[in-house]
Write a protein that binds this ligand. Structure first.
Ligand SMILES: O=P(O)(O)OC[C@@H](O)[C@@H](O)c1c[nH]c2ccccc12
Length: 260
């Protein structure tokens, strides 16, 4: 079984238990449930830099990235750096994240927040909303066309932006639909962990221009972004390059200054 199948299987068990612990009616009582969400897609459309900075403690491909930081410092550091949005890993088992990380990020900054999660159930979208997210990620590799449609339409009804992630042409073809805001190309193959910016370059022309194009993973310097911008990318999701340092916010500040 590949790692993605394993993560998905674990996630199904986890979500079943979560549902039994906190009913939907309780999620809907969160004060965050009725807040006005922020649009990452709009921020990216109007930005010349387009950085989405991620909070990621560890990953299956890299094990530990950073275990000493706290979410508050990272979120306010990213905000001061002038990023367009922040991505918060909420998967515990493989990435060391949690919904509490999302809540802490919400309490610490006014950036659009992406719940970075393996979404396999509508319940997780209600959780995203209740814990302060503005954007959700849907991963084409683990969802059918019907599921992508169902979850993205449900997200839109909750006023959440939708970022749909693909890694190849087949995933892209099954995914294109009006209920998505942003199309992300993951430069990392989630089954093998191989990273190549060529993936973004190759898929760019197949993405219709009504979607904001986002390039994800393996972006470790400003030149990578300069290389991708001519292909129409407006958003750049960066995790490890910022998180591996003692001060991700300071790092992002320098990065954005060099990019301008
Ligand atoms: O740390 P990187 O290489 O900059 O990558 C960030 C982000 O793209 C990556 O964490 C990611 C992209 N898609 C995902 C799906 C699930 C978990 C994680 C991810």
């Amino acid at each position: 079984m590949n790692i993605l199948d394993k993560i998905t299987l674990d996630k199904k068990k986890e979500v079943a238990l979560r549902k039994s612990l906190i009913p939907i009616s309780q999620l809907e009582q969160s004060v965050l449930f009725n807040r006005n969400t922020l649009s990452l897609a709009n921020n990216l459309r109007h930005s010349t830099t387009g950085i989405i900075a991620e909070h990621k403690r560890r990953s299956p491909s890299k094990s530990v990235i950073n275990n000493t930081l706290n979410v508050h410092d990272v979120a306010s550091g990213y905000e001061n750096a002038g990023v367009c949005g922040m991505s918060v890993l909420t998967d515990g088992k493989y990435f060391g994240g949690s919904l509490d990380d999302l809540l802490l990020a919400r309490a610490s900054c006014n950036l659009p927040l992406l719940r970075k999660e393996f979404i396999i159930d509508e319940y997780q979208l209600l959780e995203a909303k209740a814990y302060g997210a503005d954007v959700i990620l849907l991963i084409a590799a683990i969802l059918s066309k019907e599921e992508i449609k169902k979850y993205s339409e449900f997200a839109k009804s909750l006023n959440l932006d939708v970022l749909l992630e693909v890694h190849n042409e087949e995933e892209l073809h099954k995914s294109i639909m009006p209920s998505l805001d942003m199309l992300g190309v993951n430069n990392r193959n989630l089954k093998t962990f191989d990273v190549s910016l060529e993936t973004s370059k190759q898929l760019s022309e197949l993405i219709p221009n009504d979607f904001v194009k986002v390039s994800e993973s393996g972006i470790s310097n400003v030149n990578a972004i300069k290389e991708l911008q001519p292909y129409g990318y407006k958003g750049f999701l960066i995790g490890e390059n910022f998180m591996k340092t003692d001060n991700p916010g300071e790092n992002a500040t320098k990065f954005i200054k060099d990019l301008k």
